[in-house]
Write a protein that binds this ligand. Structure first.
Ligand code: ADP
Ligand code: MG
Length: 377
């Protein structure tokens, strides 16, 4: 029997737990009507926290209420692609007959030419509806059905900031004009912060912001047990406890631990303590390859040494100790502290201390110590 778990990025879990706050807030915003401030939302959190799948859940929630969704991932050229393909396709679905004439009308009056001139101009420069026309038209058509248009953008970052500006300005305008529109963006905290510092993107600064944190143990246990039982197997209480603790509340590990303990002895009815231990161990290795390795790939040698110096401790590290271990001044290591905080690998943990932000990163660094230069140990 195949495992019900979905341990890959962007793959919706069999049971999404711990995200009621975001789902409820969005539901309330849809019910709140045009202009409800909750209709602009930003989701942040580290890799594997569930940004993409939460975004998908919000989209489903909107669709169930008759909304249409333009679901995109940030990339250069996105604004143009939306204007040339996603929105025309959506309009074709919503109102196949009326769209062309309506858009031509909008274009004509917006440009302000008389009929003859418009045609003359159109012949040489075929009228192309702007992103703004398309968004407004779609929102208004859907408004008449008591619904609206939801635009979501995943993996928000500053690399394609020109496109994001263009889209955000259109959305901002539509909000101001009282159109039936909602916007949800998602991205890593540092990437979203970069974007929020952009002068033009003030609209996003007012969006309701949610950080997707770790999930509570009760929710983790449910997210493991329920899919197992629905798929026709069961799990020992002690095994469930081991698996739950093993995830450390990190959503990606919920799926990885679930998958690997399921696969330990797939022929058995019950998942045992032994299966759970094996599952946690294998999940931990996979998270090393899928999360820790890529996260560390872009770091400098000093960044890595800093992390290796932290991994010596069993809990939060004192900056003073890190400086000693690296044989460097506190001012020097302070620079690296800031860089690593910005990269979401560590976070401040009380006065003069820092701790790891990703589960099992400490263990991973210890096991891979050979490749992480550390001069003074
Ligand atoms: N709330 C949750 N409950 C259970 N599994 C989750 C939850 N959030 C995410 N997952 C799982 O974690 C993995 C990573 O989710 P994803 O949305 O791709 O993360 P992100 O976009 O933040 O990097 C996926 O396998 C997904 O099914
Ligand atoms: Mg994602």
């Amino acid at each position: 029997m195949p495992s019900p778990f979905t341990p890959s990025f962007g793959a919706s879990p069999p049971l999404l737990v711990g995200r009621d706050e975001q789902l409820d807030a969005f539901q309330a915003a849809l019910e709140g009507g045009v202009g409800d401030p909750g209709r602009a939302m930003l989701l942040t959190g580290p890799r594997g926290a569930g940004k993409t799948v939460t975004l998908n859940a919000l989209e489903d929630l909107a669709r169930r209420q008759g909304w249409e969704v333009v679901s995109e991932t940030m990339r250069p050229g996105l604004a143009r692609e939306m204007a040339e393909s996603s929105l025309p396709a959506l309009l074709g679905r919503v109102d196949p007959g009326a769209v062309t004439s309506r858009l031509t009308g909008v274009q004509g009056s917006a440009v302000g030419f008389g009929a003859g001139v418009t045609r003359h101009v159109d012949d040489r420069y075929p009228a192309r509806p702007t992103l703004r026309n398309l968004v407004t038209t779609a929102a208004d058509l859907l408004d008449r059905r008591g619904a609206g248009l939801l635009i979501t953008i995943d993996e928000v970052h500053s690399a394609a900031v020109g496109d994001l500006r263009e889209i955000a300005q259109v959305v901002q305008h539509a909000f101001r004009e009282g159109r039936a529109l909602a916007f949800v963006g998602a991205g890593l905290p540092s990437a979203v912060n970069d974007v929020l510092n952009d002068e033009v993107l003030t609209f996003l600064r007012r969006a309701e912001r949610f950080t997707l944190a770790d999930v509570d143990p009760d929710d983790v246990a449910l997210a493991l047990r329920q899919p197992i039982e629905l798929a026709g197997r069961s799990i020992d209480d002690a095994a469930l406890t081991i698996a739950t603790v093993g995830t450390r509340g990190y959503p990606f590990l919920v799926q990885l631990v679930g998958r690997h303990m399921w696969d330990a002895t797939p022929g058995q009815d019950r998942i045992s303590v032994d299966d759970a231990n094996k599952g946690v161990e294998q999940a931990r290795r996979r998270v090393g390859r899928l999360v820790h390795e890529p996260a560390l790939a872009g770091l400098s040698r000093v960044d890595r040494s800093f992390l290796a110096a932290m991994a010596v401790d069993d809990g939060p590290s004192r900056m003073r100790d890190i400086a000693t271990r690296l044989d460097a001044t506190q001012v020097y290591v302070g620079q690296y502290r800031l860089r690593l905080i910005a990269a979401e690998l560590i976070h401040p943990a009380g006065h003069g201390r820092v701790d790891f932000s990703l589960p099992y990163l400490r263990e991973w660094l210890r096991e891979h110590a050979a490749s992480q230069a550390l001069p003074n140990t």
